[in-house]
Design a protein around this ligand. Structure first.
Ligand code: SF4
Ligand code: SF4
Length: 738
């Protein structure tokens, strides 16, 4: 950067305060100082609010995001994002490429213009003034080649921001995707109005667009008023606009007048925007990058324990939330992606993760004196009290218990949220309070009682757990009595449910035939506690986990495999916090290994199938390839449903929902899923979770598609490929005598 001497009139540069005059300059500086003061005051209030939250221990995540791999998450979704991913707007472009590209242009356009303004400020307010003071003459780097390069970059980047903003406005105003209509999943009595929120969105877009537009007009009027200096061609947008004005007869004098009017308009809009940032939708510009850098998707996989110092169970006060959870509330841009994918909302349940976050934000603001302009819900007349009663208790009041109990903890909201919001841990923390108050479905109450007394939700004696093994013509080893390579954690449904015991029998026979050294815990096994924890019954979870850990400690094994993705999740991710770390596999991974190594010789089935990824296997634990490779190895043609892999659609059973009434739903998630499968033209729906067999077999019946769609556990395909005989659960039950 070359410094030159006193500014020469003919030098390539522009006059910063052209036609503004000394008085105008003083007014500008006074108002700018006040505006920056408002900005910092508003930002301070936000930070103060987050500081009221508990510790969240995200420093390791932040360090990883900043220093470990600067491109983590750019190409594929990881547990944490990185600076590179934030810079590339990867979280926005993922699942909505057009919106991501448009946002990228706006994001970088804004940053470039901001940096340009800072550079200009450094030159005008520091370099020029300091040089005048020190060496007695005004020096500047804002001229010559520097100015030309500066002009080209800012003009171009500003224009890409205009294009991006135009697309986003078109999408919001003309395409109007359903997820942006702000219709609530739960409609409170007396109605509601979100027109202020809509207005807030348009004020944000409109203000930004007006700043960009007046910037270009200002440039054009300046170029016309200064007689089109040749170097100004490097401000291409302003130049072309200026030529346009010239063509319609704008005189130099009129351009000068227009220039000063536009100068003040542009300055007023820009200062208004800056002042509004901490109080409006624009705050996401400050918060979302931070929220992404401290995001930790694994917090859903291993839920946080209740705060040890808490005087009550569950969240009741603002200070119960962690600062990350409070930051989440403000980070929401209302993009509606979570609203769109939520199986509860799709099914007609009164839950939308977006609405939950917005209601909590409104409540948190009301309790902290937060000022948020045009971003609050009101009663329909827009003057009445807010829909959210901020005096009510949070769990069961601000957020109704029906809403909280509707969640299947499928994690889809967290998966798709472009700003790193972690809805599920917050929902579970709120559920903990409901459980403590006994505010729950009677069927759930019964299930929890059974789990507490018998260790399973079926209410059957622990001695019955391994009864399904009686029909086998061999004895499965008791891992507590003799060492085994693999400990099979069977899970409740595959142990007790009459319809699902056939799955366990089939798997046992395959493994036995393959010579796999495995054993089970017999009556020593209890429900793993995954869903108990997600219901919010932390004490019972601890009891079940500790019992299982003691049983596992008494056994001799090298690795664990399980047929239940829910058990897999807690064994793999939550038991380690209780001092019990194991290598835990899903049975599809084990079967794939056996097939690929040739231990299980299989014939090609040549069947056309679709496969459903269980949430706790695919989305939670990233096991999406093993079942697909297994299907391929079995010679099946896999036809993917539109929602697959980490984007799979929940069956509706998770988070304890399987123990609750779902008769009020307009359409069960499992029914929705069966419709989706029928749409891809297959008649075999392959699953790899015992609960899914139940959920989808029922859904086939309730949607009247018996005979059209067959729900099969993947284990039966392996059995068929192994024995050359199609395996029917009924046959197996008969043959094994169970
Ligand atoms: S976890 Fe699933 S059911 Fe629960 S709010 Fe999120 S998307 Fe909806
Ligand atoms: S929570 Fe996330 S995904 Fe949902 S509306 Fe807000 S920003 Fe979008």
């Amino acid at each position: 950067m070359a410094f030159t001497g006193v500014l020469a009139v003919e030098e390539e540069t522009r006059e910063v305060f052209m036609n503004v005059g000394t008085a105008g300059e003083i007014i500008f500086y006074v108002v700018s100082t006040l505006t920056i003061g408002v900005f910092f005051w508003g930002s301070y209030r936000r930070v103060k609010k987050y500081r009221r939250g508990r510790a969240a221990f995200r420093m390791a995540n932040l360090k990883k995001a900043l220093f470990a791999n600067p491109f983590q998450g750019v190409r594929r979704r990881e547990d944490t994002w990185s600076v590179g991913a934030v810079a590339a707007n990867s979280s926005v472009a993922r699942r909505d490429r057009a919106a991501g590209i448009a946002h990228f242009f706006v994001f970088w356009g804004f940053i470039t213009l901001f940096i340009g303004t800072v550079i200009l400020t450094i030159d005008y307010d520091i370099v020029r003034k300091a040089s005048k003071l020190i060496v007695g003459e005004e020096m500047s780097f804002f001229q010559g080649t520097f100015y030309i390069v500066y002009s080209v970059i800012l003009d171009t980047m500003g224009f890409t921001a205009v294009l991006g903003l135009a697309y986003l406005a078109f999408r919001r105003g003309a395409i109007r995707p359903k997820k942006l209509d702000y219709e609530r999943a739960e409609k409170p009595e007396g109605g509601y109005s979100r027109s202020k929120i809509v207005l807030g969105d348009w004020v944000f877009i409109g203000l930004f667009a007006a700043i960009l537009a007046t910037g270009y007009f200002l440039e054009a009027f300046r170029i016309v008023a200064t007689g089109f200096p040749s170097f100004e061609v490097w401000s291409p947008v302003g130049w072309v606009l200026g030529r346009g004005f010239e063509a319609v007869g704008l005189s130099t004098a009129a351009a000068g007048t227009a220039q000063i009017i536009t100068w003040w308009t542009h300055a007023a809009l820009a200062l208004t925007f800056v002042g509004m940032i901490p109080f409006s939708k624009a705050m996401h510009m400050l918060l979302d990058g931070v929220n992404l850098l401290v995001h930790d998707r694994s917090s859903v996989r291993h839920l946080p324990a209740p705060p040890p110092e808490a005087e009550h169970v569950g969240y009741q006060e603002l200070s119960d939330f962690t600062w990350k959870e409070l930051l989440d509330l403000d980070a929401c841009t209302k993009c509606g992606r979570c609203h769109e994918v939520c199986p509860a909302r799709t099914a007609g349940a009164p839950l939308s993760p977006r609405d939950l976050i917005l209601d909590l934000r409104q409540w948190a603001d009301a309790n902290t004196g937060g000022i948020t302009l045009l971003d609050h819900e009101t009663r329909p007349d827009r003057t009445g009290p807010l829909t959210v009663d901020h005096e009510a208790p949070i769990a069961g009041g601000v957020i109704s218990s029906r809403t909280l109990w509707s969640c299947t903890t499928c994690m889809h909201c967290v998966e798709v949220c472009p700003v790193g919001i972690e809805h599920v841990p917050t929902i579970v923390q709120l559920r903990r309070g409901l459980v403590d108050q006994g505010d729950m479905d009677p069927t759930l109450q019964t299930a929890l009682k059974n789990l507490s007394t018998q260790g399973n939700s079926f209410g059957k004696s622990a001695r019955m757990r391994a009864r399904w093994t009686k029909g086998l013509d061999f004895k499965i080893k008791d891992a507590r009595k003799e060492p085994v390579k693999y400990l099979w954690f069977v899970g409740d449904f595959a142990s007790f449910d009459d319809r699902l015991q056939a799955n366990s029998i089939a798997l046992a026979r395959i493994l036995n035939a393959a010579g796999v050294d495995f054993g089970i815990l017999y009556e020593g096994e209890r429900n793993a506690g995954n869903d108990v924890r997600r219901v919010g019954e932390e004490g019972l979870f601890e009891m079940l986990a500790d019992h299982n850990i003691a049983a596992l400690e008494s056994a001799q094994f090298e690795e664990i495999f399980t047929t239940d993705p829910h058990s897999l999740n807690t064994l793999r991710n939550e038991y380690p916090e209780r001092g019990a770390s194991y290598k835990v596999w899903h049975y599809t991974e084990l079967l794939l290994d056996l097939v690929e190594s040739g231990t299980i010789p299989v014939r090609s089935l040549g069947q056309k199938v679709t496969y459903h990824d269980p949430c706790y296997l695919g989305r939670y634990n990233g096991v999406t390839e093993a079942p697909r490779k297994l299907l391929k190895a079995l010679g099946c043609e896999l036809v993917e449903m539109p929602r697959n892999g980490a984007n799979s659609f929940c069956c509706g059973a998770g988070g304890g929902r399987i123990w609750m009434d779902d008769s009020f739903l307009e359409e069960r998630p499992s029914e929705n899923r069966i419709r989706e499968a029928l749409g891809v033209g297959v008649d075999k729906f392959i699953v790899s979770c015992p609960k899914d067999v139940t959920m989808y077999s029922d859904a086939v019946k309730t949607t009247g598609n018996e005979g059209q769609m067959e729900v099969r556990d993947i284990v039966f395909l392996v059995q068929e490929a192994l024995t050359n005989k199609p395996a029917e659960p009924g046959d197996l039950l008969e043959r094994t005598g169970v």
